[in-house]
Design a protein around this ligand. Structure first.
Ligand code: NAD
Ligand code: WQD
Length: 346
């Protein structure tokens, strides 16, 4: 038995492969490397001491999926593959709908046809829009999403729900990630954005390593204690562990399947704690010993003031909890960046 991990060469995927190996799971990876580097897979192999079976190609390629399903005894899929840059999705909406929605539908169709009916899907806190309730529980209705990327996540959640409504064998876990940061503590794998980082933590680490001059803080006039945006940062290794716990929840164990809940299960994966931009800068400076110069810039379109979750449902149902704090997130992000100033091409 093996897990099909789509997008396994990416940031969250690589960390999840390590946790899957530690937990004793077998897996194969499908990735087209549109936003990742083959060296990331080699690094995972170095960490786990195991050769990874990797299929290079697109999730929309039915023939390739047939080949993977013929060559391996796949019983579940963790579906990370997707494009994730919010700004790019505004400029190239069709590319995002094609890749994240049409690609995922084609993949789901093939998996259903071939009887692989256990799926863990990388969703996002972005589906809550500007949340009605803080901390955000899974009961909080989906909000008005401000960009095509976020809509692709929400649409594919709905597609999984409709499909599960029509086929009671389909079990899908929708994991709504909050803000993943940090890196494996070995410093061997981490986030390696191409071009100018969109997200706060990689921007900070690139300032620290001298690749960028200073950070622009997007707005200091939000209704928050220091005026800057508050987010629920979660260490990527805790997030990766959430996937292992989700597999167990749906009865997928390393060596066997056991009866378990079916249907759609939705979980927030975050720490439940909010951290402002300026608090994160301070924590990073303390962890790294490097000063981060910044200036205050206008608010970024589409940003909300506060997002943090109530993660107690995942705590109770999955026996999962984020255990790494902001200081550890900063220390591990910095360890990765300073050891790999040019990412995987260092
Ligand atoms: P990433 O870009 O590092 O990894 C995604 C991987 O998918 C890459 O290796 C890429 O090459 C691959 N891929 C993309 N489209 C593909 C396709 N059509 N066929 C095959 N492979 C394809 O991103 P990540 O940060 O690891 O995110 C993983 C998933 O989690 C994504 O679906 C993302 O939308 C979601 N997510 C990420 C965040 C975040 O902040 N990182 C937050 C919430 C949700
Ligand atoms: C965090 C805070 C910014 C950069 C995004 C996606 C979301 C999810 C996670 C995939 C905000 C501020 C940022 C900078 C700044 N991804 N900031 N200067 O926007 O919460 O979430 O990534 O699903 O869908 O929208 O994360 O890291 O971009 O921003 O001041 O250079 O940092 O305004 O308050 P965000 P982020």
């Amino acid at each position: 038995m093996a897990i099909l991990v789509t997008g396994g060469a990416g940031y969250i995927g690589t960390h999840t492969l390590v946790e899957l190996s530690d937990a004793g799971y077998e897996y194969v990876v499908l990735d087209n490397f549109c936003n990742s580097d083959k060296k990331a897979i080699e690094r995972v192999e170095g960490l786990t001491g195991k050769k990874i079976k990797i299929y290079e190609g697109d999730i929309a390629d039915g023939e390739l999926l047939d080949k993977i399903l013929n060559e391996n005894d796949i019983n579940a899929c963790i579906h990370f593959a997707g494009l994730k840059a919010v700004g790019e999705s505004v400029r190239e909406p069709l590319m995002y709908y094609k890749n994240n929605v049409i690609g995922s539908i084609k993949m789901l169709d093939k998996l259903m046809e071939r009887g692989v009916k256990k799926i863990i899907f990388s969703s996002s806190a972005t589906v809550y829009g500007d949340p009605e309730i803080i901390p955000i529980t899974e009961e909080c209705p989906k909000g008005e999403i401000t960009n095509p990327y976020g809509r692709t996540k929400s649409i594919f959640e709905d597609i999984l729900m409709d499909t599960a409504g029509a086929d009671s064998e389909l079990t899908a876990v929708l994991l709504r990630y909050f803000n993943p940061v940090g890196a494996h503590e070995s410093g061997k794998i981490g986030e390696d954005p191409s071009g100018i980082p969109n997200n706060l933590m990689p921007f900070i680490t690139q300032v620290a390593v001298g690749k960028r001059e200073k950070l622009s803080v997007f707005g200091d006039d939000y209704d928050t204690p220091d005026g800057t945006g508050i987010r629920d940062y979660i260490h990527v290794v805790d997030l990766a562990d959430g996937h292992v716990k989700a597999l167990k929840k749906i009865g997928v164990l390393p060596d066997k399947e056991v009866p378990a809940d079916k249907g759609i299960l939705i979980y927030n994966l975050g720490t439940g704690r909010g951290t402002s931009v300026l608090e994160l800068v301070k924590a990073f400076e303390a962890a790294s010993g490097v000063k981060i110069p910044y200036d205050i810039a206008p608010r970024r379109a589409g940003d909300v003031a506060k997002m943090y979750c109530d993660a107690s449902k995942a705590g109770k149902d999955l026996d999962w909890k984020a255990v790494r704090d902001i200081d550890k997130m900063c220390a591990d992000s910095w360890n990765w960046q300073k050891n790999n100033p040019e990412g995987y091409n260092s």
